[in-house]
Design a protein around this ligand. Structure first.
Ligand SMILES: [Zn+2]
Length: 234
């Protein structure tokens, strides 16, 4: 197999590289495993996600070998971050943060709220597995938020949307309509803040890690029109 180093050492570098698909360096494609732990501080973990979104926006994603990542992580995982995001098909965390297999835990649910089951899963991600950052990732135009604003009732979805109701009540105590895009965005951001607070306040374990400087829990909003993630805190 011809390595990138061999290619780059050739004289006709420009022509050769231009003819090949862009590949990330071996170092940036290195997977995080128990044998190769991430070693990232909370701030470094958040920064890694920020830089990943920058690559995503710039069209410079790493394009690493997926099967190589599968093989490297088969013996155990050691993700550096966890994302609590919406189930929305337009907000896949690994893609918008340009991360690899084994890099992040994902919890995705309509409206990215934090209930007991989700908080327990995040305790596994952080206390047990050593992730040093949690991002609660809301997004623009969220259907779950719009449904909560409109008090949609449908089977079990009624119960799901009830978790978003506190944010609706906080922003629009007199009620509102999902046709109000500004209101939808504001409720989505408040809903993110409430999930961040819930992860702190309902988990003494994670609150302890935060107090020790071993964990950051931050909110962020993804713009479905541009792909940009804006961090709300941290
Ligand atoms: Zn959504």
């Amino acid at each position: 197999m011809i390595s990138r180093r061999h290619i780059c050492s050739g004289i006709a570098v420009a022509g050769a590289v231009a003819a090949l698909p862009r590949l990330a360096s071996a170092e940036s494609c290195q997977t995080r495993t128990r044998a190769n732990p991430h070693g990232l501080s909370p701030a470094q973990a958040i920064d890694a996600l920020r830089r990943g979104n920058d690559r995503f926006l710039a069209g410079t994603t790493q394009n690493c070998d997926l099967i190589a990542q599968v093989e490297a992580t088969a013996g155990g995982q050691a993700p550096f971050a966890a994302v609590l995001g919406c189930m929305d098909s337009r907000v896949p965390p690994e893609l918008v943060f340009d991360q690899k297999i084994g890099d992040i835990f994902d919890i995705r649910i309509a409206g990215n709220f934090a209930d007991t089951a989700i908080i327990g899963s995040m305790e596994f991600a952080t206390v047990v597995s050593g992730a040093t950052a949690i991002v609660v990732l809301g997004h623009s135009g969220c259907g779950a938020v719009r449904g909560a604003i409109d008090h949609v009732e449908l089977g079990n979805l009624t119960q799901t949307l009830s978790h978003i109701q506190p944010a609706v009540d906080a922003v629009a105590p007199e009620g509102g309509s999902s046709s109000d895009a500004v209101l939808v965005q504001e409720v989505a951001e408040v809903n993110v803040g409430m999930a961040v607070a819930g992860l702190h306040n309902q988990s003494p374990l994670m609150a302890g890690l935060v107090a020790e400087g071993k964990l950051m829990i931050v909110g962020a909003m993804h713009d479905i029109a541009t792909g940009k993630v804006t961090f709300l805190q941290g």
